[in-house]
Design a protein around this ligand. Structure first.
Ligand code: ZN
Length: 416
């Protein structure tokens, strides 16, 4: 009953908020051919408020840029002046958002189950928290911990699945949805939590993995941003920190960690989507993740940060192109994961260090967990898709995405 009241309240607040209208907004795709063009795109991102959805470090890999009806001509001209043509990749973001909302509503209407929530659908922050609380009170494997509170006072909750809490087993750790608009990441983590908790004792592989490891998840690492992406702005990425002396809100939490803080691939401009904040770990959300991982670092065998989109499994380093000394071992681990993902439905994935495969990004969780907490198996997984829907993956694709990802994680955990 309590859950239903919360769901109603969440939907009600959704209905009364004024949302950003993305009608006529587009996503354009460019493929840089030279080092200079790659460099130009990197500088453009960190020196402006232009919303890069993905960016390439290497020539011949795509970069997707969100443009408004007003900014389109200006950005297209700047690209052309630097020798780059573009293609219109998503013609109308507003239409995709409508489709997404319809897919969520359709699933809600059809859902009649005895579970607290439909783990095959997208859910608000309140619904996910209610689900975790329900699980902790009904399933002896599950406990929850409030790791801290967000800028706006929301709880940052970690769920632990353990068959023996006194055994101090090695830990498989996950942070999800640190970037607010990447809804598939929280949905995938919730689906995996459900799959592990229902599979323990009946599924031999899951039972063995739970007996071997404690599983810890922070399903919504950026609660304020996530709520805001439901109520006000579907494309919101950062947290909701007020930046003193600036009109723009928010810090990119995945640029707020100490490794390479403030360097390339992050911005000191408050209006940039990759704004790193005033200092490393300045944000309460980053502090909460840091406290969780530091408390357990001796036991954390694997730390995975879930992101979307691009279909990549990425290791350190993010903030430089140099490779970690354990890179051969990391490549084996990533290959095991990616092979199992590809074997599930044929979804193509690439893997390698962030700095050599994707782009230079400073102050990330993955580098911090690796470099400062000593966790060799620290990775970022960029889930589906490759830009057809971008961040607005239809609800019908949650199960296939989560299924292949979970297969990848199982194979990877068995390989490390
Ligand atoms: Zn992300």
């Amino acid at each position: 009953m309590k859950i239903h009241v919360q769901i109603f309240c969440a939907l009600f607040s959704l209905a009364i908020a004024t949302k950003v209208d993305y009608s006529g907004h587009m996503v354009i795709r460019v493929v840089p051919q030279t080092e200079e063009q790659v460099k130009f795109l990197s500088t453009l991102e960190s020196s402006s408020s232009i919303d890069f959805w993905t960016r390439s470090v290497a020539a011949n890999r795509f970069t997707d840029i969100h443009v408004t009806p007003e900014s389109y001509n200006r950005i297209a001209r700047a690209l052309l002046e630097n020798g780059m043509n573009h293609k219109i990749h998503i013609a109308n973001l507003g239409e995709l958002e409508k489709e997404e909302q319809q897919s969520i509503a359709l699933r809600r209407a059809l859902f009649s189950n005895n579970k607290a929530i439909d783990v095959e659908n997208y859910h608000t922050y309140e619904e996910i928290m209610a689900y975790l609380a329900d699980l902790a009170s009904t399933n002896p494997l599950v406990s929850t911990l409030v790791a801290g509170t967000s800028v706006e006072g929301r709880e940052i909750v970690q769920a632990t699945i353990s068959s023996d809490r006194s055994a101090n087993k090695p830990i498989a750790w996950f942070d999800c949805n640190i970037h607010a608009r990447e809804w598939i990441t929280a949905a995938t983590c919730v689906w995996i939590i459900d799959t592990i908790t229902t599979g323990y004792g009946t599924d031999a592989e899951i039972t063995a993995l739970v007996d071997q490891y404690d599983w810890k998840f922070v399903p919504v690492a950026n609660p304020d941003g996530y709520v805001y992406s439901w109520t006000n702005d579907r494309m919101w990425r950062k947290n909701r920190a007020i930046n003193i002396g600036a009109s723009c809100v928010g810090v990119d939490l995945n640029r707020n960690f100490p490794s390479g803080f403030g360097g390339e691939g992050s911005s000191n401009l408050a209006c940039s989507e990759t704004h790193h904040g005033v200092s490393a770990l300045s944000e309460p959300e980053s502090q909460a993740l840091q406290a969780l991982i530091a408390a357990d670092s001796a036991r954390v065998k694997s730390a995975i940060s879930m992101h979307s989109y691009s279909q990549l499994w990425l290791s350190s380093y993010s903030y430089k192109t140099a490779l970690p000394v354990e890179y051969p071992e990391m490549l084996n681990a990533m290959k095991a994961g990616v092979d199992a993902i590809v074997a599930t439905y044929g979804t193509p994935y690439e893997y390698g260090s962030t700095g050599t495969v994707l782009y230079i990004a400073s102050g990330t969780t993955t580098d911090h967990y690796y470099e400062n907490e000593g966790i060799v198996h620290s990775y970022t997984i960029e889930l589906r898709d490759q830009g057809r829907y971008g961040f607005q993956l239809p609800a019908s694709l949650i199960v296939p995405t989560a299924t292949e990802t979970w297969n990848g994680i199982k194979a990877y955990m068995n390989a490390i």
